[in-house]
Design a binder for this molecule. Structure first.
Ligand code: ATP
Ligand code: SF4
Length: 326
């Protein structure tokens, strides 16, 4: 069952009299209990989507089309009061900078207890402190460190603290936006293990946003690949890593040594992502695509379905779809 269903979603920013379409007609679902990875280069719209899911778009950003259903409920048009209940209680978010979001002049235990109290005032002071200890234990902070100040913790511990804060309202959906990017490799691996453990122990559903395919391969069940505000391919981790269809997905994989096929040598993707103020006509990837054809410069590709779980948006497969339909 889908916990989150994003349907034909478009999000625009207005800046200096111009419109930036940061998310364009995006459709995908997050099944209950799964971990979905959202990948793509910088500027592809991943964080904008995450902010919209939490009702946290900045003032100059707005949803201009489509819908977001959470547990079957439409999120567009919720009042700020409703959002406050949804945020933290239904959904929690861990940011890349979450480790720096702790208040430096307050003991971590008290900060977590305060957030717990906003969600469960009935717990009272002592109850929320007990719950804070419980949460800090859950994210692997030794009890004798709970009462320290954030600067007395390492980066990895502070990121765990950020996760404890995100879990303080007992959400069943967690959005993790580049949560391990600023950490060294060993700490990264520990935080990923923690997220896996939490997902299992609490039955969480996670949307994991990253540009790191290694992390996706390790953690996720499904992958959505974004390019220039659009979802260009979607599939299970096996499908995306073993049998990618979209040239951009292939290029992304080719840019990581562990996943590069053929000569076993990784190579970056030539060129840069387009401006979202005036994206290229036709397929947005055509200026960088090694397989580009004439039609790609003129016509938007439409979606081809390869299995019940894999689909991609590319003219290379127009013929295949036609053949399949015969
Ligand atoms: P990154 O990995 O660098 O965070 P991203 O894939 O998360 O990138 P977004 O941050 O969502 O991408 O940005 C998508 C587009 O929206 C980019 O072109 C970006 O410049 C633009 N954008 C983001 N925030 C704003 C804003 N507040 N005002 C105007 N444009 C914005
Ligand atoms: Fe490349 Fe054309 Fe496919 Fe776009 S539609 S990814 S340009 S082959």
């Amino acid at each position: 069952m889908s916990l989150v269903r994003i349907d034909d979603l478009s999000i625009d920013y207005r800046r200096a009299g111009k419109t930036i379409r940061a998310v364009n007609e995006l459709t995908f679902s997050v099944e209950e209990g799964s971990i979905v990875g959202l990948v793509g280069e910088s500027g592809s719209g991943k964080s904008t989507l995450a902010l919209s899911l939490m009702g946290l778009l900045p003032r100059n950003g707005s949803v201009t089309g489509g819908s977001i259903l959470f547990e079957g409920r439409e999120m567009q048009g919720l009042s700020e009061d409703d959002w406050r209940t949804v945020r933290g209680h239904d959904m929690g978010m861990v940011f890349q900078g979450a480790m720096n979001s702790l208040n430096p002049v307050k003991r971590v235990r008290d900060q977590v207890a305060e957030t717990v109290r906003t969600h469960e005032p009935e717990l009272g002071k002592d109850g929320s402190i007990d719950r804070s200890h419980e949460l800090l234990n859950l994210v692997g902070i030794p009890s004798d460190r709970h009462e320290a100040y954030p600067h007395e913790w390492s980066g990895g511990m502070r990121q765990r603290g950020g996760i404890a804060l995100a879990l303080s309202g007992r959400p069943n959906f967690l959005i993790a936006d580049e949560p391990v990017t600023a950490l060294d490799v060993i700490v990264q691996a520990r935080i990923l293990r923690l997220l896996e453990d939490l997902q299992e122990a609490l039955g969480l559903t996670i949307l994991f946003i990253t540009h790191d395919l290694g992390v996706v391969a390790r953690l996720c069940d499904r992958v959505v690949v974004m390019y220039a505000a659009q979802a260009v391919e979607e599939g299970t981790v096996e499908e995306i890593f073993q049998s990618p269809k979209h040239p951009y997905t292939k290029a992304l994989l080719g840019s990581v040594p562990n996943f590069a096929k053929g000569r076993g040598k990784s190579h970056g993707i030539s060129g840069s992502p387009p401006s979202l103020i005036n994206p290229p006509q036709g397929c947005r990837f055509h200026p960088r695509c090694p397989d580009a054809m004439d039609i790609c410069t003129r016509e938007d590709p439409y979606q081809t379905t390869f299995s019940s779980s894999q689909r991609a948006m590319c003219h290379l497969y127009d013929r295949q779809e036609a053949d399949d339909a015969e």
